[in-house]
Design a protein around this ligand. Sequence first.
Ligand SMILES: CCCCCCC/C=C/C(=O)SCCNC(=O)CCNC(=O)[C@H](O)C(C)(C)COP(=O)(O)OP(=O)(O)OC[C@H]1O[C@@H](n2cnc3c(N)ncnc32)[C@H](O)[C@@H]1OP(=O)(O)O
Ligand SMILES: NC(=O)C1=CN([C@@H]2O[C@H](COP(=O)(O)OP(=O)(O)OC[C@H]3O[C@@H](n4cnc5c(N)ncnc54)[C@H](OP(=O)(O)O)[C@@H]3O)[C@@H](O)[C@H]2O)C=CC1
Length: 269
Amino acid sequence: MFQSNTFKDQVVLVTGGRSGIGFQIAKDMLQLGAKVIICSRKEAPLKEAAEKLSEFGVVDYQACDIRNTEEIQALAAMIKEKHGRLDVLVNNAGGQFPVLAEYLNDKGWNAVINNNLNGTFYMIREMANAFFIPQKQGNIVNIIADMHRGFPGMIHTGAARAGVENITKTLAQEWSDFNIRINCVAPGIIESSGLDTYPQPVQDMFAEAKKAIPLKRFGDVKDISNAVAFLASPLASYITGISLYVDGAQHLNYDKMGMPNVLKSFLNP
Ligand SMILES: CCCCCCC/C=C/C(=O)SCCNC(=O)CCNC(=O)[C@H](O)C(C)(C)COP(=O)(O)OP(=O)(O)OC[C@H]1O[C@@H](n2cnc3c(N)ncnc32)[C@H](O)[C@@H]1OP(=O)(O)O
Ligand SMILES: NC(=O)C1=CN([C@@H]2O[C@H](COP(=O)(O)OP(=O)(O)OC[C@H]3O[C@@H](n4cnc5c(N)ncnc54)[C@H](OP(=O)(O)O)[C@@H]3O)[C@@H](O)[C@H]2O)C=CC1
């Protein structure tokens, strides 16, 4: 689909690149010629993933919690020292848990807002200041979620991802003078390691919801990676500030999926 030199000599950072969607993005970027750096919180699985990815090209890694500015700055310093520049930042790290709003306490709300909204902003700001703004060139792709019509059962991540979508629209304008493009990819339900973190009733609900996805299937990690590669590539050179929904049209049919009622039947404190 893409030429094997699409990202030749480019340096790409994929947050959460040790697993699932992020791992596939890292692998595809390597196969398209990029040097790839992956980060996530835990050193051991990160190292293991980097070893697997090294089969496909030049890969580096460093543990970094996206909620911690000092750790992000240390990651930027490592990239500068070892690779000299950064061309593409893929903000993929994130997560949440299913809960009904009335049972969500401050700690749970803050955990998800900190991870998915604050962490993503800190990463964008630090990498822009370290690389994209001085280089007068940069490309950012943010993985968000299918929250187009609200996000019943996951209010915290709906709010956080909507925040990231709005950050994207703002920076597409503020940083256009620096030749920085910034876009979002909004996955529907994607068969990845991330889904294994959900309790069985939620996974059963996903299976039921599949019938109401217009394309009648879940997404694959490759579906998301293809969209990221497109937005980060010169093929998308006139595209900035958008959200690309990669969800089999789920976002147009959310109310017919019956999620709120199904969720209410088993989500409780
Ligand atoms: C329902 C609609 C369906 C639409 C389809 C959507 C498909 C989306 C799929 C995906 O996104 S897959 C990727 C998902 N991967 C993950 O979510 C894994 C990572 N998740 C996490 O790391 C956590 O969930 C986190 C909260 C995002 C981050 O955790 P952190 O380490 O910061 O906090 P914790 O100390 O673990 O927890 C803090 C606090 O948060 C509350 N809480 C955490 N987990 C749960 C839970 N499973 N259930 C209820 N509450 C939870 C809780 O208040 C925690 O405090 P304590 O009680 O532990 O003191
Ligand atoms: N799968 C799906 O259906 C959908 C997924 N998404 C989003 O896509 C992204 C990837 O999901 P997926 O691959 O499925 O799930 P995973 O749980 O496999 O991936 C999440 C990754 O993020 C890393 N991570 C989480 N928090 C942090 C943090 N604070 N700092 C650094 N790294 C962190 C995790 O590593 P570690 O825990 O070691 O830090 C892990 O590698 C997530 O943001 C997810 O919410 C959105 C919609 C649907």
